[in-house]
Design a protein around this ligand. Structure first.
Ligand SMILES: [Zn+2]
Length: 288
């Protein structure tokens, strides 16, 4: 082994050790603040959000949103993609929606995204990566004229990053797990964010959301829900599937209004905080 490799290895081991030392300091700091912090954390999680973000090391969701462990259920991949057949992501979505009963899903893209930048070039980055980036190229191809209208290279990347977030939000709406949740009366909301690495701020993107209730028929699925199977055994012949869908939507709407009123009446002191936390949820409910 030559001297250069030895020096390099020592340097890398020092970097590695620094991370573990950081963990010891983290534990000490938390324990000083609250000696039962980790014991409480070990009892379970009750996250209110699912965040699908980019693996980029500059976009850590908890740090950016000043949230603690246990508050956000997180999935990250290169360029925050929602690929319909991604087994890993679909398991995360299903667990978040059906078991953790999460109502708010966020897709967070960011500026200066290497994945987005690479998808805009014709240079190959390797087999699997090229395949992955093809999903961004689909968005690029669709909006090439708009993206190319920007003179600055970074503006082009930011524009495609935004459009990519929108495309992935749409992919979540089309996801059967989300559609089924809506039909069961769980009003899952999907939000699009762009984290601006250069300022630290998160920008909430206004997305013309086609919720599962108004989705194109090409994607809209009809599920035979357990409750309907039970109902069909007892209900009168006048109960049509259309009426059932309407009732479910009305119930969903009622639950949302009740939830917001409860926040206003019973948690006046916490309301400002809650409003910030679930701002998108309330904002979206206005459209119902
Ligand atoms: Zn990225």
């Amino acid at each position: 082994m030559n001297q250069q490799i030895v020096s390099h290895s020592i340097l890398e081991i020092n970097h590695y050790n620094r991370v573990l030392e950081g963990n010891k300091r983290y534990v000490a700091k938390k324990m000083a603040e609250d000696p039962s912090y980790f014991k409480t954390l070990s009892k379970g999680q009750n996250p209110k959000y699912l965040l699908i973000g980019c693996s980029d090391s500059r976009a850590p969701p908890n740090e950016l949103t000043e949230t603690d462990p246990g508050e956000i259920f997180i999935h990250r991949n290169i360029a925050n993609l929602v690929i319909p057949t991604d087994l890993n992501l679909n398991c995360v979505i299903q667990y978040a929606v059906e078991h953790l009963h999460i109502h708010n899903i966020v897709v967070m893209g960011h500026t200066c995204c290497g994945g987005v930048k690479a998808a805009m070039t014709q240079d190959s980055v390797g087999g699997l990566l090229d395949l992955w980036l093809n999903q961004i190229k689909l968005v690029y191809e669709k909006h090439a004229e708009l993206i190319e209208s920007f003179a600055d290279e970074n503006d082009k990347i930011t524009c495609l990053s935004q459009l990519n977030v929108r495309a992935q939000v749409m992919n979540i709406w089309k996801n059967p797990i989300i559609q089924k949740a809506w039909q069961k009366g769980n009003p899952v909301m999907v939000h699009g964010w762009l984290f601006r690495v250069e300022t630290g701020y998160i920008e909430e993107l206004l997305i013309d959301q086609h919720t599962p209730e108004e989705m194109c028929k090409v994607y809209a699925l009809k599920f035979k829900l357990e409750s309907e199977k039970q109902l069909s055994k007892h209900v009168s012949p006048t109960g049509s599937p259309k009426n059932n869908a309407k009732k479910r939507f009305q119930n969903m709407q009622r639950k949302l209004i009740e939830h917001i009123n409860q926040l206003k009446e019973n948690k006046i002191e916490d309301f400002d905080l809650e409003t910030k936390e679930i701002g998108g949820f309330i904002e979206s409910s206005k459209d119902l």
